[in-house]
Design a protein around this ligand. Structure first.
Ligand code: GUN
Ligand code: ZN
Length: 415
């Protein structure tokens, strides 16, 4: 049987051999000669190679890691990647909202397919996604994610102020309530008030009520740029986090993107409420937003986000590398293993998914194969320490190093 035989793979067991690295509760497991057994789309066993065992797929000398997790990205924004750096509010109004306004119907379906193809090619197998505000773009995203068996959060940016389509608060909430029918354990419908500036208090409170009634997760943007924080204070007469707090949006299922301009008090409030944070360093550099405080973020669950299209592409390796760079320039010794942990298991935990982000018995067989020749330079030691290999992956991996990507045991991308 070949690994692409999707029907057969659901029942048969397939044994892979290679160097396997997987995040654990603390640190990383590393099996230099490892064995991964996949059955019914799930990991059946993982550990050291057993003498006398037979490999169905011998991946040596390459490296096997869990699929990466992107905890913050915008599906309609791929076309704006890499152009028009500048202030957030100008970038949104001038470039991004017009793009999202056109993201519906056949265009949304086609570009959603393209987005997932690109996401997989970059080695990402789970994500928290914003669609456009049009309901049919949400349906297209759920359909495509289901066809690929991906774990994801999917939600439309809910807006009743300066929205790019004619709406009322009532209609936005009614549409969201109707779309919540799409929610399932693997693909969560996420209540997504876009950010405070695109919402009335009534909408923010309605979002909190909907999430509470249906047990749904919440995602939004928080304290990304100073001018944005000033505008929030001007409009609401409160600090940014307090606006969300008063509306009832701080829950253990809430994920805040960016979270740059926060005080120590606000970080403590996030920690007490059990919220998670999406760290988006490539986007933060591109739009000149600032540097998130990684030391404080350690108090909460934190994952990494590409924030496409303010981020330049869907590479979580690039995102983790930028996080490393900003931290080390900030005088906070950065650790490759910690950042790759955030890009895998940390992200899965930020999303509340227990079945992805690490290779462990019972988890979805979502894994990537990285090209050893691209990661380890010629002449380097043959048997590298875990720490050195994670460092090489963080600093050297990218799209071209991703040889194969499996989702639920099915080969979905081959370089
Ligand atoms: N704040 C509100 N909407 C957006 C968005 O689409 N991208 C980013 N980076 N920040 C936002
Ligand atoms: Zn964003």
């Amino acid at each position: 049987m070949t690994p692409t035989d999707t029907a057969g793979l659901r029942t048969a067991s397939v044994t892979y051999r290679g160097r396997i690295l997987s995040p654990a509760d603390a640190g990383w497991n590393d099996w230099p000669d490892g064995r991964l057994v996949v059955r019914g789309g799930k990991v059946a066993q993982v550990g050291p190679w057993r003498r006398g065992a037979r490999a169905d797929v011998d991946l040596r000398p390459h490296f096997v890691l869990p699929g990466l997790v992107d905890v913050h990205a915008h599906v309609p924004q791929l076309p704006v990647c890499g152009v028009h750096p500048g202030s957030l509010l100008e970038w949104l109004n001038r470039w991004t909202f017009p793009l999202e306004r056109r993201f519906r119907g056949a265009r949304a379906r086609e570009l959603t397919r393209v987005y997932f193809r690109e996401m997989l090619a970059q080695g990402t197998t789970s994500a928290a996604l914003y669609t456009s505000a049009w309901p049919d773009s949400v349906e297209a995203c759920f359909e495509e994610a289901a066809a690929l068996n991906l774990h994801a959060w999917i939600g439309p940016p809910l807006m009743d102020v300066d929205a790019y389509r004619p709406v009322t608060t009532r209609r936005v909430l009614d549409e969201a309530r109707a779309l919540a029918r799409l929610d399932s354990p693997e693909r969560r419908f996420v209540v997504t008030p876009r950010f405070a500036l695109s919402a009335t208090r009534e909408l923010l409170e309605g979002c909190a009520a909907l999430a509470r009634e249906r047990g749904l997760p919440i995602q939004t943007h928080l304290a990304e740029q100073r001018a944005e924080c000033d505008a929030v204070r001007e409009r609401f007469g409160q600090d940014y986090l307090d606006v969300y707090d008063e509306a009832g949006l701080l829950t253990p299922r809430t994920l805040f993107a960016h979270s740059i301009w926060l005080s120590a008090r606000e970080w403590q409030r996030l920690a007490r409420a059990g919220c998670a944070v999406a760290h988006c360093p490539t986007s933060n550099v591109f739009l000149g937003s600032g540097v998130m405080n990684w030391k404080r973020a350690r108090q909460v669950r934190v994952g990494l986000g590409s924030d496409v299209g303010a981020g330049p592409d869907l590479s979580m390796f690039r995102v983790a590398r930028m996080a490393w760079t900003l931290q080390s320039l900030n005088g906070d010794p950065a650790d490759a293993g910690e950042l790759l942990w955030a890009a895998t298991l940390g992200g899965a935990r930020a999303l509340g998914f227990s079945g992805v982000g690490a290779l462990a018995p019972g988890s979805s067989a979502d894994f990537i194969v990285l090209d050893a020749e691209q990661i380890v330079p010629p002449g380097a030691p043959q048997a590298e320490s875990t720490e050195d290999l994670l460092s090489r992956i963080l600093h050297r991996a990218g799209r071209s190093a991703v040889r194969q990507v499996y989702v639920a045991g099915v080969l979905r991308h081959q370089r």
